[in-house]
Design a protein around this ligand. Structure first.
Ligand code: SF4
Length: 334
């Protein structure tokens, strides 16, 4: 890649970075804090060494926050008539309500976040597949941590993932993309925005939304068309809900190809045959699963910048998160 394209990539990424960095809640032990029952931690290098350069963490250890010290008894999920309870394995003390209460106490803070990363396999923080016991025997493998359960009920719209699942390139890409998109919208709606700002936001996110849900793009377009005529708070609520819901749909390879062809259509008149074929070859290779998404995206981004195709250049789709996170460089299983 030439020096020029590197500069273009950096400019595009900076353009799309929210002024106020994304705020992500996180299980404290994942940042290396020695808060586990045995005084250890579970530092996650992707979170601390890569994502951490671009976001502000809000660490929470619910077990520490309810007053359990370090070291402490291990906890586990026990089956009961009222659903799984979090119980200390030796003393039998039930900590369920206290752990759920931490999420309630932090509700306002949770509503100001752009994402959350939880520690897997924890009876407090784990989201999926925890063992549930009865009379010392494992009776079920579908439990959920008490804090995680309450958190995901209170802020069901918040991009939330377990750290173990973030080792999957596809899930990691989707999570990080949603976090940065949430932060951009939060930045806009928490300021003194005007209807034209929302129209502009929607226009810049056109391709990104279309890659996730073309139907949602059309529906959000109808909301934005009423921007000057509706009460601001209600309009913002409707747009935010629709935008967040749209991004929960995974962007499929087929939709990426449609979007890339759309951008190609914007820039192709500016290019000679050789460069046109380069782009079309890259899109086709991506469609066949031979190259990662980053290749055709980098190519169209470079040509849009070089040819001054302003509308396409400003699309968040071409740089949805900082390039140095190194996402989208892997081949995704189809
Ligand atoms: S998993 Fe949750 S409760 Fe357990 S040590 Fe980590 S932050 Fe604390």
């Amino acid at each position: 890649m030439s020096d020029r394209s590197v500069t273009d990539d950096q400019n595009q990424a900076e353009l799309n970075e929210p002024a106020d960095r994304p705020r992500i809640g996180v299980s404290s032990c994942l940042l290396g804090e020695p808060v586990r029952y045995n005084g250890g931690h579970c530092r996650d290098r992707f979170l601390t060494d890569r994502l951490g350069d671009h976001v502000d963490w809000v660490p929470v250890c619910p077990e520490e926050e309810i007053g359990l010290g370090v070291p402490r008894e291990t906890l586990r999920l026990e089956r009961s008539h009222a659903g799984p309870r979090v119980v200390a394995s030796k003393s039998g003390t039930d900590h369920t309500d206290a752990l759920r209460g931490i999420a309630d106490r932090r509700r306002e803070q949770l509503e100001g976040l752009d994402g959350y990363v939880l520690k897997n396999k924890s009876p407090s923080c784990g989201m999926f597949g925890l063992p549930v016991f009865k009379d010392g025997k494992r009776v079920d493998g579908k439990g959920r941590g008490a804090y995680a359960d309450r958190l995901t009920t209170l802020v069901s719209w918040l991009p939330t993932e377990e750290e173990g699942r973030l080792s999957d390139a596809d899930l990691r890409d989707h999570f990080v993309e949603r976090v940065f998109a949430h932060a951009r919208l939060r930045n806009l709606l928490s300021g003194d925005w005007r209807p034209k700002d929302l129209v502009e936001f929607h226009a810049r996110h056109k391709l990104q939304i279309m890659a996730h849900s073309p139907e949602a793009y059309r529906s959000l377009g109808r909301t934005v068309a009423q921007a000057g005529a509706r009460e601001r708070t209600e309009l913002a609520r409707e747009y935010r809900e629709g935008f967040q819901k749209a991004l929960t749909h995974k962007a499929t390879p087929g939709r990426h190809v449609n979007v890339l062809q759309h951008v190609f259509g914007m820039v192709s008149d500016h290019l000679d045959d050789e460069r046109r074929h380069d782009i079309l070859d890259a899109i086709e290779s991506y469609r066949q699963g031979l190259v990662p998404l980053t290749l055709p995206v980098a190519l169209v981004r470079h040509h849009c910048a070089a040819e001054g195709v302003a509308w396409a250049r400003e699309q968040t789709y071409l740089a949805p998160f900082p390039a140095d996170l190194g996402l989208r460089n892997a081949l995704v299983k189809r």
